[in-house]
Design a protein around this ligand. Structure first.
Ligand code: XMP
Length: 506
């Protein structure tokens, strides 16, 4: 188990991912709120930071339980911090040190640099430089511009590097992390999806015992994997609820419900489409639509949870990025707090919470799902927003508009699948525009709806690029849509990236 102390760098999550790729478990804690018992960790990594060690706001971690006691790897800010406050010197860099660089000198006899050779590419991102090493510091590597690209402290298992091993541009970054964690700190590489499943199921059995748990399934990857884990631990004491809000994809409710039943989950499908549509009537403001859907969902879920006798726990598919955000250096974001403003919590929100995936990144959730033999098609599904088609129908929502958009979306998504493009796209969907345009079909003039198609590449939805889909594919999909979906006579393709656009139109 490895501890990563976060000083607010944008790359901290990446450090955790690289470490986990080595099958080593690690946790991120903000430097100002570290875990109580640090001695349980086998090694510590100090992250980078947007601050300069010379600035007044610079993070000042308490390293008294770490340095000299546990193997420590200090990255970027961490390296400068140790230098600056232990007898060395840090000053503004003479030249710009941002981007690719090559290691021009390496102390090759060091285990730290085993299997890494001069010429290896590293990624720099800093405006301060270490001018003088701290007490007992020994230089281990340099680049053309950075004399102390890596150093160690004699007599301690403390290593420091100015570059970022966690970004892919540092070609041997993973090797370096492995050298430090495995060869120097002796951490075992035993964190695998299979182990995670065994451990988690045992923990859940212990934690939940014979209590009942209620969990809302969405058809998405996270809630499904969470449900399968809980089901392995407590069987039919897990009560799953899958709500049809009437804004899912075409036939999604029926087909996903069937899949869930096939997986042996104790699941109740609740078709509340009309209740949602009624609440949305005449509503065209995107945020009000979201609120209306959230409100009805809570009511429906609460009603259903009351049907279960004596339920004690609420299961949730929360994953690690949400957890990190809520405990980050900058504190929880406004959106995470917003559900507290609902005004009088419904009863199910007073239940104890169980979140079996709260330590996993999205790709790990998929790997865990695969190790439990969950259908790969389900695990590879594109993300789909909670409010569903409501935020892809611009303006107000009617049953007829939902029907039109479901048809269009199905043609587009099935088209992507049939053309072998589905897995190359991170997210795709269709948007029904509040615009009628003139067309001509046969001898008749039409005045019908226009739809936009959107397909993006992304890793986490924070930034995204539109996908360069083949023209022949777009041509075929457009033809199919206009010929088969009554009420649509025009198709456009969205070529905006995020930022400055967003993925959804609302
Ligand atoms: P944007 O449009 O902000 O979307 O670029 C980023 C990702 O978030 C999804 N999204 C939502 N998901 N409730 C959700 O559960 C929402 O209200 C919501 N709005 C956007 C969007 O589909 C994309 O994956």
């Amino acid at each position: 188990n490895v501890l990563i102390l976060d000083f607010g760098s944008q790359f901290t999550q990446l450090i955790a991912r690289r470490v986990r790729e080595l099958n080593i478990f690690c946790e991120i804690y903000p430097f100002n709120n570290p875990p109580k018992d640090i001695s349980q960790y086998k090694a510590v990594i100090l992250s980078g930071s947007p601050f300069s060690v010379r600035s007044e706001e610079a993070p000042h971690p308490d390293l008294s339980q770490i340095r000299g006691k546990l193997p420590t790897l200090a990255v970027c800010y961490g390296a400068q911090y140790i230098a600056h406050f232990s007898g060395g010197e840090v000053a503004p860099s003479d030249t710009r040190e941002y981007g690719r660089a090559k290691l021009s000198f390496i102390e090759e006899n060091e285990v730290f640099f085993e299997e890494i050779h001069t010429g290896s590419q590293v990624w720099m991102s800093h405006s301060d430089s270490i001018k003088k090493l701290p007490e007992n510091g020994v230089k281990l590597a340099s680049t053309e511009d950075v004399q102390f690209a890596a150093y160690k402290i004699e007599g301690e298992s403390t290593y420091a590097i100015q570059f970022h091993p966690e970004v892919y541009h540092t070609t041997d970054g993973k090797q370096l992390l492995e050298n430090f964690l495995v060869k120097i700190a002796g951490v075992a590489q035993s964190w695998t999806p299979d182990n995670f499943v065994d451990m988690t199921v045992a923990e859940l059995k212990e934690k939940v015992g014979n209590d009942k748990v209620v969990l809302g399934l969405s058809g998405g990857v996270d809630s499904t994997v969470a449900a399968v884990l809980l089901n392995k631990a407590i069987g039919d004491n897990l009560y799953c609820i899958f709500v049809n809000n009437g804004l899912l994809r075409k036939n999604e409710f029926e087909s996903v419900l069937k899949q869930y039943e096939g997986m042996g989950l104790n699941v109740k499908g609740v078709d509340a489409s009309n209740r949602f549509l009624k609440e949305l009537e005449g509503q065209s403001d995107p945020e009000l639509k979201r609120k209306a859907i959230g409100k009805v969902f809570i009511e429906v879920f609460d009603d259903e949870a009351h049907e279960i006798n004596d339920v004690k726990w609420l299961g949730q598919g929360t994953i690690y990025p949400d957890v990190i955000e809520s405990i980050s250096v900058n504190g929880p974001s406004a959106t995470i707090k917003s559900h507290h403003n609902v005004g009088g919590l419904p009863d199910f929100m007073k239940l104890k919470i169980v979140e079996p995936l709260r330590m996993l990144f999205k790709d790990e959730v998929r790997r865990v799902g695969a190790s439990m033999s969950i259908n790969p098609e389900l695990l590879g599904r594109h993300p789909f927003p909670g409010p569903g088609l409501a935020i892809r129908i611009l303006g107000d929502i009617t049953a007829e508009k939902v029907r039109i958009l479901q048809e269009v979306d199905a043609i587009f998504i099935n088209g992507l699948r049939n053309a072998g493009l589905y897995d190359k796209v991170w997210q795709a969907g269709a948007i029904l525009l509040p615009v009628n345009s003139v067309g001509v079909m046969g001898d008749e003039r039409t005045y019908e709806k226009c739809v936009a198609l959107r397909a993006v590449e992304s890793t986490d939805g924070m930034t995204a690029d539109w996908v360069n889909l083949p023209y022949e594919f777009l041509q075929k999909v457009s033809n199919d849509i206009i010929n088969k979906v009554k009420g649509v006579n025009r198709v456009v393709y969205d070529i905006s990236s995020k930022p400055p656009a967003t993925i959804e139109w609302e």
